[in-house]
Design a protein around this ligand. Sequence first.
Ligand code: GDP
Ligand code: MG
Length: 179
Amino acid sequence: SGCRSSPIRVVLMGARGVGKSAIASIFAGAVDSMDCDECEGYAGEVCERTITVDGEEAMVTLLDTWDSEDEGGGSQDQCIQTGDAYLLVYSITDRSSFLRASEMRISLRQQHPAQNTPIILVGNKCDLVRCREVSTTEGRACAAVFDCKFIETSAAMQHNIWPAFHGIVQQLRLRRDTK
Ligand code: GDP
Ligand code: MG
């Protein structure tokens, strides 16, 4: 199928502290997922593994390099340019991270203008209901404006993390199949 020869590069973007590394470690560890059968080379920043989505294998490389690169040097720009898909993460408990996500969506559009690039706006920490600063309705509306998918997750509760990755793979396949 060619999946093995070309891993999908998924980039985690988002403000510091929103849970990117927590999401990455679930992706890397995934002891409880029947869908995952291998994980190689997780060095805390990059993880490559094969996941099965709708009965078909896909190799995914996850990059969690955003925070370590925000001292400049254009690494974030490079990250943006080389991704096949993006998880744009904010915390539902932190409005400023939600605003940051909007800014990142705009630079993503400017620097990566390819049509139909899979982007999912991810509202993480949805377990922290009492500290919520961004409503689900607002998150969904923002995603609609920015023409991307939307999901609320909890890395702490391992809630909706896999659906987010599966969604990315499904979007890429849709794009591939309609070419
Ligand atoms: P990063 O800077 O985006 O990589 O964020 P981290 O993954 O390091 O997470 C920052 C903090 O938020 C850590 O203390 C995590 O344990 C916590 N955290 C991450 N995701 C969740 C979540 O879904 N729920 C809760 N309650 N805490 C979370
Ligand atoms: Mg981190």
